[in-house]
Write a protein that binds this ligand. Structure first.
Ligand code: V47
Length: 403
């Protein structure tokens, strides 16, 4: 087995979608050369990155070897120019954001992942779980005036049952019917379904009936059995994470995808992760956005690790933009990047800043130095300062018309 064999194994399944997708891609990418003129390509110092640019101009998909070349290049600016050209060919100078509120309904989790500073054991002194009514009160008190979305994520709690989760969604919708709920990672879906003794597909149907509009991309970590065994052995493996997202897509629930990077994974494992996402998207087409999550080590058993550098973060975002040619949006998650690198990432292939958030906990427990939330105006200013045009969006990435 070669290290790329999971990709090659699934190639035939993707062919039919792949062909249609290739036509779509050609339409989308037809103007890359406008943003990547010969004069810019010629100045790229790394021949492997120049070849990546030429491939994209001629509508060829990148290979894993191209992905490795992107990570290994010394020409950061050349890589960024190509990723930015791809972003511009889709969205011009726009950069997107949403008025949202992150709600972590519980920090109790059975999984005990070694990269996580957020989880608590049941019964520990700072463990908490919101009742649906408490959660609705928090949202009623949200400082975000034009709130559109609640992003709802928690731990794998040993005692909550399916009724709790449906009640949580229904109570939030009752409190504010205009809100869209982007809720529960594939890891939580697997946990809820297993506890309820139903399939994940049936669980998703029940949650959709209760008000679930979309799913966040967390819990993917890095698709590597080696890393899973070392850092998150209790969590579902890659195949199951991808299967649940495919099921969500079959129910027309749009989802996101993430990569947690900068701990013990290799560059090859990062590239494989991105290709597995691209393959899944060829098959089920429901991923809306990808978010690269730089590892934050504080208060975790891996506190001795430094976390990724700024250059590594920019390369990861740019490479994701180039490999994930079938996932429309690449987020620069300001919470984990810091505001300065977030603005820079908008010129390295990212097109979306996530949102106002209000009170982020997962990264902040692990040492994130950013504010817990940002105002809509601050997001707008950040985008404008980066020389781009802010556009507010909804959960489904549709533009919001200003009233
Ligand atoms: O699932 C946990 C990761 C995720 C750490 O889908 C860590 O729109 C870094 O998924 N250092 C939560 N990362 C964040 C997330 C997310 C955020 C914003 C938008 C969306 C979206 C998704 O953060 C977790 C886990 O993969 N994580 N601990 C840590 N120490």
């Amino acid at each position: 087995m070669t290290k790329w064999s999971p990709i090659l194994k699934q190639k035939s399944k993707a062919t039919v979608h792949g062909l249609r997708l290739k036509t779509d891609l050609m339409k989308l990418l037809k103007s890359i050369s406008k943003f990547l003129p010969d004069v810019v390509l010629d100045r790229i110092t790394d021949p492997a990155i120049q070849a990546v640019g030429e491939k994209l101009i001629s509508h060829e998909r990148l290979t894993p070897e191209d992905g490795l070349a992107c990570f290994n290049t010394k020409d950061l600016i050349g890589l960024g120019q190509i990723a930015s050209a791809v972003k511009q060919s889709r969205y011009g100078d726009k950069a997107f954001f949403i008025s949202n509120h992150h709600l972590n309904y519980t920090n109790v989790c059975e999984n005990k992942c070694r990269f996580c500073a957020f989880h608590r054991a049941p019964g520990s002194k700072d463990a908490y779980t919101y009742s649906p009514e408490e959660a609705a009160r928090k949202i009623a008190q949200s400082p975000v005036a034009d709130l559109r979305e609640i992003h709802i994520v928690g731990g794998c709690h040993p005692h909550l049952d399916l009724d709790y989760y449906t009640d949580l969604l229904e109570t939030l919708i009752r409190a504010k019917p205009s809100l869209k709920l982007k809720a529960f990672t594939a890891v939580e879906i697997d946990h809820i379904a297993t506890k309820a003794g139903i399939s994940s597909l049936d669980c998703l149907k029940r949650l959709k009936d209760a008000g679930l509009s979309a799913m966040p991309g967390g819990g993917a970590e890095v698709f590597s059995e080696r890393v899973r065994e070392a850092l998150f052995p209790r969590k579902i493996p890659a195949d199951r994470w991808l299967e649940i997202h495919g099921e969500a897509h079959s129910l027309d629930i749009g989802t996101n995808a993430t990569l947690l990077f900068g701990h013990m994974e290799t560059i090859e494992e990062r590239v494989l992760h991105l290709f597995r996402l691209r393959e899944q998207q060829d098959l089920t087409e429901g991923f809306k956005a990808f978010i690269a999550l730089p590892f934050h080590p504080e208060n975790t058993p891996l506190a001795h690790l430094p976390g990724p550098t700024g250059v590594d973060i920019l390369k990861t975002i740019a490479t994701a933009r180039l490999i994930l040619d079938n996932i429309p949006h690449i987020k620069a998650y300001w919470v984990m990047l810091g505001l300065k690198l977030t603005q820079t990432a908008l010129h390295f292939g990212a097109d979306d800043l996530e949102g106002t958030i209000v009170k982020e906990r997962i990264a902040h427990q692990a040492g994130a130095a950013t504010a817990p939330g940002l105002t809509r105006n601050r997001l707008v200013e950040m985008i404008q300062e980066a020389g781009l045009l802010p556009e507010q969006r909804d959960t489904f990435h549709r533009p919001i018309q200003e009233s």
